[in-house]
Write a protein that binds this ligand. Structure first.
Ligand code: NAD
Length: 337
């Protein structure tokens, strides 16, 4: 198959080319995002392959249909960036990689928690500057703290298992309960209950109309003063402006983000030579107790190779007319959320 990649970086090219040694597809890589104006780059291709910040909206889907694209491969798990009602309507298949390395994201979540707690991001700079003062670097024991996880799917459940090793009290909220987690002592509670009790909150549910701005002024007001909030899921689950207000008052004591509401204009690009016009993002960077990474939770060697192998395998299934396992339709997708 001829597959045109959008938003492709050198690491995509490296791992897809490696995985493709077992498949033999023709791979064309473009750095640019998929938009109405760039769709034309995929003419004569059988498939397009996109990533999290490619906005596959109605206009883009219509344009893809017009040039004969019949399948869109998401090289990620989340699918909030694609209008599945329209792909269904036009008979375009959509496939994704539901699980490639949940360990990668769960471990990154813990890295954010521990860095914020023990202030390693600040200590790193101090020591390099010859400043060995410990003033302001006080942390807390993870042991005995109450951690709440919203969304106990693949990533949330692994995060809970790691935290179990620290001796934390574990609370969870999900629309479906996982019995194996209860067996290790995780207690499922309703969202309001969880929010009022936690010292640390970590978000692992998908972005849906129900979870959009789940953390807002109202939910923040019910939480403990100085709470730690970690979001490695999708940016818009947290209302960033409300988070900034809560950082100013001390309601949020620590904020770790791997995702950001408006990340599409920033993340995955080197903007170090440009002026960043997003004042909300720039305000976040001024807080010493905010740690932001640019959507790198998934970014391990293992995950990249798994993503490439699974994506090309999905496309092979399609080419050979076999039933598609990792396909997405509007109805199923929203029923499972
Ligand atoms: P998953 O589908 O295995 O788990 C999601 C869980 O959320 C499910 O158990 C589901 O029942 C639950 N859920 C759905 N709606 C909910 C709601 N309204 N309230 C509470 N729980 C709800 O997904 P996963 O593989 O664990 O991934 C979780 C999220 O992590 C993804 O949706 C994606 O947005 C994000 N992600 C981020 C990165 C990264 O690099 N930072 C990488 C992969 C995935």
């Amino acid at each position: 198959m001829k597959i045109t990649f959008f938003s492709a970086h050198p690491y995509d090219e490296k791992y897809f080319s490696l995985a493709n040694e077992n498949f033999g597809h023709q791979l064309i890589f473009h750095k640019t995002r998929l938009t109405e104006n760039t769709v034309e780059l995929a003419r004569d291709s059988d498939a397009v392959c996109v990533f999290v910040n490619d906005d596959v909206n109605v206009a883009v889907i219509n344009a893809l249909k017009a040039i004969g694209i019949s399948i869109i491969a998401l090289r990620c798990a989340g699918f909030n960036n694609i209008d599945l009602h329209n792909t269904d309507k036009l008979g375009i298949h959509v496939i994704r990689v539901p699980a490639y390395s949940p360990y990668a994201v769960a471990e990154h979540t813990i890295a954010l928690m521990l860095s914020l707690n023990r202030k390693t991001h600040r200590a790193y700079n101090r020591v390099r500057d010859g400043n060995f003062s410990l003033q302001g670097l006080t942390g807390f024991d993870m042991f005995g703290k109450t951690v709440g996880i919203v969304g106990t799917g693949r990533i949330g459940s692994l995060t809970l298992k790691i935290l179990h090793g620290f001796g934390c009290t574990l609370l969870a909220h999900d629309i479906q309960q996982n019995e194996a987690l209860k067996a290790i002592g995780v207690e499922y509670v309703d969202l309001d209950n969880l929010l009022t009790q936690v010292d640390i909150l970590s978000l692992h549910c998908p972005l849906t109309p129900q979870t959009f701005h789940l953390i807002d002024e109202n939910t923040l007001s019910s939480m403990k003063d100085g709470v730690m909030i970690i979001n490695t899921s999708r940016g818009a689950i947290v209302d960033t402006s409300a988070a900034i207000s809560a950082l100013k008052t001390g309601k949020i004591g620590y904020l770790g983000l791997d995702v950001y509401e408006q990340e599409g204009d920033l993340f995955f690009h080197d903007l170090s030579d440009t002026i960043i016009h997003d004042d909300v993002f720039e305000r976040l960077l001024t807080f010493p107790n905010v740690l932001i990474t640019g959507h790198q939770g998934f970014f391990t060697k293992e995950a990249l190779l798994n993503i490439a192998t699974a994506t090309l395998g999905n496309l092979n299934q399609y080419e050979s007319g076999k039933p598609l396992i990792n396909t997405l339709h509007a109805e199923q997708a929203f029923a499972s959320k």
